[in-house]
Design a binder for this molecule. Sequence first.
Ligand SMILES: Cc1cc2nc3c(=O)[nH]c(=O)nc-3n(C[C@H](O)[C@H](O)[C@H](O)COP(=O)(O)O)c2cc1C
Length: 310
Amino acid sequence: SRGIPFTLSTVSCASLETLADAVPEARLWFQLYVLDDEAVRNDMLERAKNVGVDTLMVTTDTVVLGRREWDSRSYLNPRRLALSYLLDAALHPQWAYRALWPQGLPTLGNLMKYLPREQQSAGSAAGYINQRMTRRLTWEVLADIRQRWPGKLLVKGILNAEDALEARRIGADGVVVTNHGGRQLDGAPATLDALPEVVDAVGDSMHVLLDSGIRRGSDIAKAVALGAEGVLCGRATLYGLALGGEAGAAHAIDLLKDQLHNLMAQLGRPTLEQIDRRCLRRSPYASPRGDLPQRPSDTLPGGETPGDVP
Ligand SMILES: Cc1cc2nc3c(=O)[nH]c(=O)nc-3n(C[C@H](O)[C@H](O)[C@H](O)COP(=O)(O)O)c2cc1C
């Protein structure tokens, strides 16, 4: 209703068909995890096309699941939530009721038709899919998807100019500069650091979007200043959703919007087009880089250059 596209994941609880039925006016994008089974992959593309998805986003940074050690404390074993989480849910019966009623325990809606009957719970299905994620996600595979998909194609998982140029070569319409919200490769660069070289390489001919860590309007402004055409939000809106359902997600979006508008007013730049690299100054404590203007005042007291600071 706010005109913002919603990207449905391959491993979402609601299926493409359920969502398109429930919210026919939504601008629906679909995120594809490329599975080994070509027939399943092509069927999902067909289903996305049939329900009116206009943009396909192929994720390239998850051919294997990262080790996610921080997440292991949430589980007793890969399929069982830790007792503390179950207790937490039990202590919030109203929340648990809202989250679980009327569907009950979640399943992976898009994948139900491909899953063996005994592996249809969300936990089992996630394990099944992890094993079937293709380990050979080459540019040829992406070129094949490009051939089959008539709508817009975004390649998600780009963190350097070289890959952005490859994405353009296979005919993608855009790239998403992302480190998967820091959930995959530990030590992947911050997306704001990777963005300028991607924009410099393909920004004149492709859409360049960014995600990972967008929590405030000022984060959006920084991405736009460095050349992103827009940003994607994961957890900022998910936190709102988890707390307050649809109204909570809408509230999170409104907060981001208000913060961005406030910042633009303070900058004296009332349109997004006016937000450019000149709005930014690199902290004197960051190592110097060529992609932001360096000022004489970036020299620290005592004459050291920023790069001298540990
Ligand atoms: C709970 C959760 C589930 C996610 N599932 C997927 C997914 O199924 N496919 C995908 O491409 N990215 C997935 N991501 C990564 C997001 O698409 C996005 O890159 C990331 O959340 C952006 O960072 P942010 O959460 O800081 O905004 C997931 C992220 C979270 C937090």
